[in-house]
Design a protein around this ligand. Structure first.
Ligand code: BDR
Ligand code: CA
Length: 307
């Protein structure tokens, strides 16, 4: 049984990743922490509560940082909708988040369950960077850390070189990469290679469950975006893949261990996650960079989550 804490800026693909996790027999979700990202933190928190309504689970949700460490928020409503869930009318929940701040929760959960929890971040790294400031020993207290973030070859999706989660708060990302001893990284380029195809989507939609209807309705905005921009009928699922790899690392087929960190200067280089591919810096590897996964099993995990 993998016990997870998920830090999220939910987000259409974040919500789908939550469904995948809830549908997995070997995953227990201990808590959600929320952060500014795709939309503001009040909306990302509200969205996690909406998904809990859908799956009828009581998992504590801790509201986190509303701004990046230094810069102003940069949102992605053009992809996720104004509400962050595709503007398809998912009703608000009457559930409330916990009173405790997400940063304090990340620290307390680790102290209460030393070495037992897997942390997965599928949004900007602001909460985790602040938690590391308060408790530099945090990396020793989590079993592992998986991040959806970074563009390992510089093929970004926000400025030219940066992936969104890193771009939104590059300083926070740098703190995390420089202080966490080993991070499993699901980069934008890797996750782009494992999308849901048209036939996967048709199968998901045909399940005809409340969860598959939610998946269908929230996805339309991104499907339109991809159709218009790329003339393709596919759905990106970066956060789902990160959560899947955290739950079941045997999904990973190919990985490399290297030193990796974050460029915070420049305009097009701000938020670029550089990788020491040739290990020439002499710095110890801090990243397990995932390069290939078992696509069939990933799609099956998503389908299980929609049943
Ligand atoms: C990441 O950015 C967000 O828009 C998605 O939810 C995902 O976490 C992909 O770059
Ligand atoms: Ca996300």
């Amino acid at each position: 049984m993998r016990r997870l804490v998920i830090d999220t800026d939910a987000g259409v693909d974040d919500a789908q990743a939550m469904l995948l996790a809830f549908g997995h027999k070997d995953a227990e979700i201990v808590a959600f922490t929320t952060v500014n990202g795709n939309v503001d933190v009040n909306k990302t928190t509200a969205n996690v509560l909406k998904v809990l309504d859908l799956v009828r689970k009581d998992v504590p949700v801790y509201r986190g940082c509303e701004k990046p460490l230094i810069v102003e928020p940069h949102h992605a409503s053009y992809v996720h909708g104004e509400d962050g869930l595709g503007d398809c009318g998912i009703p608000a929940s009457i559930r409330q988040p916990e009173k405790k701040h997400a940063v304090q929760a990340l620290i307390d959960l680790a102290n209460e369950n030393p070495g037992q929890l897997s942390l997965v971040t599928i949004g900007p790294l602001t909460n985790l960077a602040v938690a590391l400031q308060l408790d530099p020993d945090l990396p020793k207290k989590y079993a592992d850390l998986t991040i959806m973030g970074g563009a390992i070859y510089g093929k970004g999706n926000t400025n030219i070189t940066a992936e969104f989660n890193i771009f939104v708060d590059p300083e926070a990302a740098r703190v995390v990469f420089e202080r966490w001893s080993m991070i499993r990284v699901l980069s934008w380029e890797t996750t782009m290679a494992y999308v849901f195809t048209k036939s996967d989507l048709e199968r998901f939609f045909a399940l005809n469950t409340l969860k598959s209807k939610f998946f269908h309705d929230t996805s339309q905005i991104i499907l339109n975006f991809v159709r218009n921009r790329m003339n393709m009928e596919i759905l990106f699922a970066p956060d789902g893949l990160a959560v899947a790899a955290a739950i079941d690392p045997s999904l990973i087929i190919k990985k490399e261990l290297h030193y990796m960190s974050v460029e915070t200067g420049g305009i097009q280089s701000r938020g670029f996650t550089y990788v020491d591919w040739w290990d020439s810096s002499g710095k110890p590897a801090n990243a397990e960079i995932i390069l290939e996964v078992d696509q069939k099993r990933f799609v099956q995990m998503m389908e299980d989550g929609l049943r």
